[in-house]
Write a protein that binds this ligand. Structure first.
Ligand SMILES: NC(=O)c1ccc[n+]([C@@H]2O[C@H](COP(=O)([O-])OP(=O)(O)OC[C@H]3O[C@@H](n4cnc5c(N)ncnc54)[C@H](OP(=O)(O)O)[C@@H]3O)[C@@H](O)[C@H]2O)c1
Length: 297
């Protein structure tokens, strides 16, 4: 039985005040910006990430904006951490209205060169952890008779470039999982949405070992405004920026063109990775030279 408290009577529909929202991966990028963008609507936020200093700083920023916030330091791949996220949320707020499964990462690599540990990290973080956290939250939402699960996929799930094979596969798994789950739970008043972003200006590219290269990145502030709208008015898919909706629709009709575009994106990504590698090597050799000069002085 879900304990009743003042938050229990709050309904999401069009009003997020008092709603209990869990956001995983809120120490940077989309998760952090979403938490801050939600602040004026006064929800109760549970924010999760591994980097303690960063997640506590986001919590501090939210508290300054008068938001009730519960920061949790945890790794979504870890079963005990997932249990802790759900148990602490229920203990603090008594219910879960929205789960934003945002924690994730990319790693650019040709599959034949990709280390197995990296494959594990991608599949476990982007897909398995998301599925298992959803599994833990679902019975609570069913008992409430309402809830909203928002899963972060990627436009690369629909236009998979070759140096991002495993990443794109995890993100299409997220899309497929969300589409199937939506049908299973719609009778319980639970919505399932998938967010499919194009390239946005977060730490994603650094973590993926690829600079921004020659491809355009978009402002994350605009994306999170669209995700806030999605929370208020749930819909199946959110593909952003808008031009990607047209691109996906068009390339679905013409598979040959889709392959060509995916390969062009792949070439750009690989080129950006090589550039980043060269820059890093240059920086390292400059540092080494400076060290030698200091030592010889
Ligand atoms: N930015 C883009 O261009 C883009 C495009 C399409 C899809 N996406 C998706 O959007 C989501 C957010 O990415 P972002 O762009 O905001 O990148 P980001 O700035 O690197 O943020 C990723 C977040 O995920 C957290 N995280 C990673 N592994 C985790 C784990 N095992 N346990 C808990 N938290 C974990 C990170 O926190 P800690 O390191 O502190 O744990 C961080 O807060 C990801 O799922 C990504 O695949 C991004």
């Amino acid at each position: 039985m879900i304990p009743m408290n003042s938050a229990t009577v709050k309904k999401i529909k069009g009003n997020l005040e008092g709603s209990i929202i869990i956001i995983t991966g809120a120490s940077s990028g989309i998760g952090k910006e979403l938490a801050l963008a939600l602040a004026p609507m006064k929800p109760n936020l549970v924010i999760v990430a591994r980097r303690e200093k960063k997640i506590k700083h986001v919590a501090y920023q939210l508290k300054k904006l008068k938001v009730k916030v519960l920061p949790i330091v945890g790794d979504v791949r870890n079963r005990e951490d997932r249990e802790r996220i759900v148990d602490l949320t229920i203990k603090a707020f008594g219910r879960i209205d929205v789960l934003v499964n945002n924690a994730g990462l990319g790693k650019v690599s040709l599959f034949s060169e990709q280390p197995e540990d990296e494959i594990d990290e991608l599949v476990e973080t982007n897909f398995l952890a998301l599925v298992k956290l959803t599994k833990k939250v679902l019975p609570i939402m069913k008992e409430q008779g309402e809830g909203h699960i928002i899963n972060l996929s990627s436009t690369l799930a629909l236009l998979p470039p070759y140096p991002f094979a495993v990443y794109s596969a995890t993100k299409s798994a997220v899309k497929t999982f969300s589409d199937a789950l939506r049908e299973e739970v719609k009778g319980y008043g639970i919505n399932v949405s998938t967010v499919l972003p194009g390239p946005y200006d977060t730490n994603f590219h650094e973590v993926a070992n690829v600079g921004h290269g020659s491809f355009k990145v978009y402002k994350v502030s605009k994306l999170v405004r669209n995700i806030v709208d999605l929370l208020v008015k749930p819909k199946r898919d959110l593909i952003k920026p808008g031009m990607f909706t047209v691109l996906v629709w068009f390339t679905n009709l013409f598979p040959k063109i889709r392959r060509k575009i995916s390969n062009q994106i792949g070439d750009q990504i690989l080129q950006a990775k090589e550039e980043t590698k060269r820059e890093l090597e240059k920086e390292r050799s400059t540092l080494k030279k400076e060290k030698i000069i200091v030592v010889s002085n």
